[in-house]
Design a protein around this ligand. Structure first.
Ligand SMILES: [Zn+2]
Length: 457
């Protein structure tokens, strides 16, 4: 096949960690690698409302590297606006997007309703980006393929997934088109993750597109057990409640598994009640047993994780947690306390010194989680100021991303030097720091593409 005319257009995830969308074009056909929502600052979120520079019905196929919304959450809108191709995922990613995308649509509808009620929308009425029903519609486009199996997303194009170790189902993608081998890292997990298997060795490629979320940072030596154990033991000993805001996918299960081990090691009493108060996290926890082999847990360990906590599905069960006196641990979404059931628990428990809030990961600026992490003395929840007297613990060790040295190790494992590396999915500082390390330590050509720029592969 002629070596010509393969282009990559960076329609998201360039100079920022969200909105991942890489359009690969060759010989009149095109395919979108990841279809993510922009999240975070309003300036970024507004990009979700801009039309793509390509007509959705001209895109032949979509391939999702994993289920996180910054990689999958734009698919309902793409389908609503005319995309009719197939959307390829691993089986576990399909199971997760079936949970995440309808929920995302539901939240979009609620936000629009809220804006309309409060009358603060500039566009009257505020419209959701897409609805729950749009999200359910787009699920029909999904086709699954296991890792290491070659598939044909478009005529004459070959593709295959390798495991990326980031969350359940997460993959790197090798695309072969026009005589070029283009490798997309997707989000890479850490080789020492407590739940996920290490990422696979990358296959040889001419061009590599690598994420750089932690491109300028290294993880601390301390592990999740060493951070979590003493904190939870302390709050249990003083009879308090630990409220743990968690991300439903990945982090909730990592914390549950840690609690299983802490109880088995005698760091925490066996009798200490634990609640998982998030229907989405409960569904996700069930998926670990269905996808044995994608992670480090045996079937028995998956069941331990399910049994260590009381799963509270209904709103009534959630409210009943407050009736349980004495020490306990309550895991609830959202992970940065931006919404969800965790807010009710914060209102209930923040006001007393006996209690504790455990922040399990990065807290984006502007979120309630960030305020707590920064030592706020009161928190605005449901229109009231809640005093913060509980102890606040910010964990440093939990992360689903490879750090800078682990990203470099993944690149070093490539069988041959690529002609070029594109550094994406990072804040400018992180992406540029990784670019610099690639150029100086590996002597490979690396660059940080700008938003909406086009490069030949
Ligand atoms: Zn991710």
């Amino acid at each position: 096949m002629a070596r010509m005319n393969v282009h990559i257009r960076f329609l998201g995830g360039a100079g920022t960690v969200t909105g991942s969308k890489y359009l690969v074009e060759h010989d009149g056909q095109s395919l979108l690698v990841d279809c993510g929502l922009f999240q975070g600052y309003k300036q970024l979120r507004l990009r979700n409302r801009n039309p793509l520079p390509v007509m959705p019905n001209h895109i032949g196929a979509v391939i999702l590297t994993h289920a996180h919304l910054d990689h999958s959450g734009y698919l309902p809108l793409l389908a609503k606006e005319g995309f009719r191709g197939k959307a390829w995922t691993t089986p576990a990613t399909r199971d997760l997007v079936q949970i995440l995308l309808p929920d995302s649509g539901h939240i979009q509808e609620e936000d629009a309703n809220f804006a309309n009620r409060k009358g603060f929308s500039k566009h009257a009425p505020a419209l959701p980006l897409y609805t729950e029903s749009d999200a359910l519609d787009c699920l029909k486009l999904i086709r699954t393929v296991p890792t290491h199996q070659v598939f044909q997303p478009l005529h004459g194009w070959k593709a295959s997934f390798t495991s990326a170790g980031h969350i359940l189902g997460a993959a790197s993608l090798l695309l072969e088109v026009g005589g070029r081998r283009i490798l997309f890292s997707g989000d890479l997990g850490r080789p020492d993750d407590s739940l996920m298997n290490p990422p696979d060795r990358p296959p040889a490629a001419d061009v590599v597109v690598i994420e750089s979320t932690y491109g300028d940072r290294e993880h601390p030596e301390e592990d999740v057990l060493a951070e979590l154990g003493p904190a939870l033991a302390r709050v249990a000993a003083r009879g308090g409640t630990a409220v743990v805001p968690v991300f439903a996918v990945g982090r909730a299960q990592e914390i549950l598994h840690a609690i299983v081990l802490l109880k088995a090691n005698g760091v925490l009493p066996h009798s200490l009640p634990v609640y998982l108060d998030s229907p989405m996290a409960i569904h996700t926890t069930d998926l670990y047993e269905r996808h044995i082999g994608e992670h480090r847990l045996s079937a028995a360990q998956c069941r331990d994780m399910e049994h260590v906590a009381k799963m509270t599905r209904s709103a009534d069960e959630s409210k009943a947690i407050a009736q349980q006196h004495g020490p306990k641990i309550v895991l609830a979404a959202a992970g940065m306390a931006t919404g969800g059931r965790v807010l009710h628990h914060l209102v209930q428990y923040l006001g007393h010194h006996r209690n504790m809030v455990v922040l399990t990961g990065y807290q984006a600026p502007g979120t309630r989680g960030a305020s707590l992490s920064d030592g706020a003395t009161k928190l605005r929840i449901h229109g009231q100021d809640v005093p913060v007297r509980a102890e606040v613990v910010q964990m440093q060790s939990a992360s689903a991303h490879a750090d800078a040295s682990q990203l470099m190790d993944w690149l070093r494992a490539l069988p041959t030097a690529p002609r070029r590396v594109f550094v994406t999915h990072g804040d400018m500082g992180a992406s540029d720091a990784l670019r610099h390390r690639i150029e100086t330590e590996l002597r490979w050509q690396a660059l940080v593409p700008e938003h909406e720029s086009t490069w030949s592969a």
